[in-house]
Ligand binder design. Sequence first.
Ligand SMILES: *Cc1c(COP(=O)(O)O)cnc(C)c1O
Length: 401
Amino acid sequence: MTNDWTSAAGRDLMSLGGRLANLERGEGSHVWDVEGTRYLDFLGGIAVNSLGHAHPVFVEAVSRQAARLAHVSNYFASPQQLELAARLKRLAGTGDRGRVFLANSGTEANETAMKLARLHGGRSGRTTILSLEGAFHGRSMGALSITPKAAYQDPFAPLVPGTKSVARTIAALEEAFAGGDIAAIFIEPIQGEAGVVELPEGFLRRARELATAHDALLIVDEVQTGSGRTGEWFAFQREGITPDALTFAKAVGAGFPLGGMITFGDASDLFYPGTHNSTFGGNPLASAVANAVLEHIETAGVLQNVTARGAELREAVSGLPLVASTRGAGLLIGIVLERPVAADVASEAFRRGLVVNAPAPDVIRLAPAYTIGDDEIAEFLDLFGQALDAVAAAQTQETPA
Ligand SMILES: *Cc1c(COP(=O)(O)O)cnc(C)c1O
């Protein structure tokens, strides 16, 4: 095996483009490719590997449950699944009336929430599902229809009807609701794929007021921000609001595929038996892993580490060349560059053994393991600093005084 993605083996995979290396092993915050090159992983499988790679808690949970009962289909409950539902309700703060639907990915979670919006709209006579400019909710036909990005949507037209996007300002939001017909609005508390873009101050609170006033559902997509990534269990919790539903995935399974939806209050009564299901969703294996991951995060002080290390990283990168500012929360960090050279910075970093990515032309995203410590931060600053220096030097050469 080699790292050559133009090889025949590489062409067997249909998800094209941008593959950086052929990775075969991981431990903590490091991964190794098939040629033995070691990388510091500060992308964390796109905000997934909350405990890093091959964490003992993860390994033990997978092994123990795989040897006991892995899958039984959605005809049956399992103690692991019931425990996970109760745990997620408690962490999200739903109270008794909350309910949980378990699925396998963020996209599938959002499809579920779109169906929730349709059920709600069916009662209120409203059809439009709103999403925000810059949003990312997934790539299946429904989720794609609320992901207003031409490059993603245009080849797949026509999209699901009754979907509409709105600018990320409170004025635009008010105008959209004033037009009527809104069944639900989907909001990411921080738009990860757009480049770790924060909402304007008070936006989520205003969205809550408007959704309530117009009998629409407020659905927060916490696929990237949830499960502890921002230092809270869910990012909406720092805004002091209650959504009608939230979707989660990514970090909750720490690398094991699991996602789902949590409903609050009246929205918990919309689905009824026969209206939705998933064969794999919440099987005992996935549920056992999520239980172990969440329990470890809760009992080992991991969220405090997320908050502290996030602040430390943002402070430390602020003085580096080309860095204009930082944004995000906890360990979901966007480093905004002075120029649109993020792709160059990411590839210079990769050549030096550091994995980060560039979700926008001028933004580097960090989403490392929640468990990073002094050593990982020191190594990151060394490698990232070198990458920035290299790009800054190349730019100086291009523009002689
Ligand atoms: C990644 C992501 C999704 C899609 O999740 P998948 O697990 O890739 O299907 C949806 N919403 C947000 C906010 C995401 O970051």
